[in-house]
Design a protein around this ligand. Sequence first.
Ligand SMILES: Cc1ncc(COP(=O)(O)O)c(C=O)c1O
Length: 456
Amino acid sequence: MTQAAQTLAEIDQARSVHPYTNLSAHRDEGPFVITRGEGIYVWDDQGNQLIEGMAGLWCTSLGFNEPRLVDAATRQMKELPYSHLFAHRATEPAVVLADMLVDLAPDPISRAFFVNSGSEAVDSAIKMVWYYNNAHGRPAKKKIIARKRAYHGVTIAAGSLTGLPYVQDGFDLPAIPVLHTEAPHYYREGHNDETEIAFADRLVASLEAMIEQEGADTIAAFIAEPVMGAGGVLLPPETYFEKVQALLRKHDILFIADEVICGFARTGEMFGCQTYGIAPDIMTCAKQLSSAYLPIGAVLISEQVYEGLVAGSDKLGVFGTGNTYGGHPVSAAVAIETLKIYAERDITSHVKSLEPTVRHGLDRLAQHPLVGQARGVGLIGAAELVADKQSREQYPVGDKIAAKVAAHARKHNLILRPVPGDGIAFCPPLVINDDELNLMFDRLIAALDDVHQEIT
Ligand SMILES: Cc1ncc(COP(=O)(O)O)c(C=O)c1O
């Protein structure tokens, strides 16, 4: 067994290129091999049983061994393993899934377009926005406003919208017309004595100044994650989204809600838009749509946007975009089963029922000497590490303090993720229970204790 795993590691070092990895360090250190999973746990090739406190990449909502998803995939594989949706073709799973998604989504969403990942969903949304404005004779209305610290993926448009240097550096991004406005990070960016509402007003005033300076007739859309995930788990300040939304309406700018992490109960409502009162023109989703068991994503659009696409396709003869695997019947069948399970188990109520335990965990974290702020909503959160709780001074970047905590967490059999700004994020499978959550926080606090001891 060990021999086989070693061989696997060696082959990996010699043959693979890993995403989001320091490639030379990987050549030296090799991979962290995961072999199986059950519930909120995964096992590595050394036999360690770890809590997957990030649900993989914020995605395995139903844990690691949901047999109904396996059965749904098997059934569909046997019935029709592949067909596509180009040129008027349809399949039952893709139609049923579109219908279910539109029923779940907030107004004014009325239609679904399928892709295979979050990045593809974001790229497709941007293409739709451009196509829509071209159809309406507004060829100059093309810029997209995103936010600093946003994460929208890695493809050329999505990677351009992402507001994190490590995603863009070396790749000649941004490569599309994008503007980055302020990140809604009250703890770090709020001024002394500034209330959360005053902070939101300041951000919205800055956004308005950007729109006026650029000219609203050049700006097509604003894109935002309801809760910023990979940028640090940043929760919007009170009143922020209602004010942003009013401003966008005033200037005829579309609102794209990137629900790739928040979608499907992560924040305690089915979508982050519902948690924060957003009525989006376009929503992008993926990840928890299928509990990540198979790749699938969707762009959900309003009838107004759809009518723009129809107008464009009337002019041009075809709505000329789509992917070979978009709406793949097996992925769609798994997504349908996932949505059925969410409904049967009343997943949003389950997440809400865990709020007191999450709150208690956040309170414990906030008391730790290394933690400046512990924040969260639903089942997503982060502890922001500081050198000085009073002044909020951070550790030098070179100390990689959050990475150290994540490494120690691993020794305590907990997988967590360092996020920008010295945050340590958690985002466990939604099927977690109170005891497991308490255990997750115990292990995180043990890791914080280790690092605290190490540096003092
Ligand atoms: C908010 C958000 N949008 C888009 C993406 C990109 O998704 P994918 O990695 O499936 O391309 C991610 C991935 O983490 C995400 O968090």
